[in-house]
Design a protein around this ligand. Sequence first.
Ligand SMILES: *Cc1c(COP(=O)(O)O)cnc(C)c1O
Length: 398
Amino acid sequence: MNKTIEKAEQNLLHTYNRFQLVIDHGEGNCIFDTDGKEYLDFFSGIGVFGLGYGNKKFADAVKAQVDKITHVSNYFYTEPLAEAAAKLTEVSQMDKVFFTNSGAEAVEGALKAALKYAYNKDKSNDHEIIAMDHSFHGRTCGALAVTGKAAYREAFEPLISKVNFANINDFESVERLVNDKTCAIIMETVQGEGGIYPADEDFLRKVSTLCKEKDIVFILDEVQCGMGRTGYMFAWQKYGIKPDIMTCAKALGNGIPVGAFLLSGRVAESSLVAGDHGTTYGGNPLASTAVSTVLDIFREEEIDRHVREITPYLESRLDELKDRHSCVLGRRGAGFMQGLILSVKPGDVVNKGLEKGIILLTAGTDVLRLLPPLTIGKEEIDKMYEILDSILAEFDQI
Ligand SMILES: *Cc1c(COP(=O)(O)O)cnc(C)c1O
């Protein structure tokens, strides 16, 4: 593995401190390095492999599309694009969709749509956006501007103007920032990167109502928490609220890079029009086939129901870990998006996990994040429990 790592580091721009592992392939709910070592996957490529590895139906569909044509540009229609758009608007209960290549691009599009919606109303350019502290929306300049972690933003400012940060689950902190220039409120329904903070129902309802009253565009970023991760196709669907714009990516293509932003009819009708927004690759037939097949598999295998059914077991085992180990201070999460709050460095636990054959990740400063494929069952959860139980015992004394 060392040769590969050396070669990569010689040529890649060093923007990541990667694990010292060279991954070779995936199988079921595990990945394997080039030495043949197996790792139980509670990471799923940062929440990308909702369906796990080696789903035959998915692989066959993607391979067949590679042989046909992978790209045509948005000058043309394709059948996979029409199918993917119809299926995604149906499961999301949204009206219109724009396909992107990533989550950050989906956020960019969502922000542009909200800005254009406001511009159409008063023809002014001084609109403001409210975002949340601890949020993460991506690394491009627009998405970065609404990301609630100063360290990610500072070297690149000024970004897009007039973004104000409120606290999730503190409605007054949002209300205080609203004025007649506010054009959008953006948040993750469950904050991922920032530390696994689920927005609570009361907060979501109040923000949703406020947005309706003031004609503010309510944007929910479902890039990480969407696509069945919380036991619902989209996390907001549990709460009887509905965003005006929603973003999606990560698990949408099960490893094929694709994202999307979706709009309500009201916003779609008065925002981006031909010429306002575009992409060369976005929604190409390869990506669209991936989306369309992923959504078929979700429906046929009732993946969201599986997550809902298994979640209480996952939560109870994590709570056992919390009760057994003094270095675990608490648990937060929704569905298969869970965080253990630690008194020790979560990165150290992740590193120990690699030694012992499990892949985990961190969130915020003190959270061990678990994002397993949505296909795991009780057996994998028990295996995770056994490994983590032994690792955490080593950290209890620290
Ligand atoms: C990962 C993530 C993004 C950015 O997605 P990329 O595909 O990395 O650009 C945006 N929002 C949320 C909530 C994310 O978790």
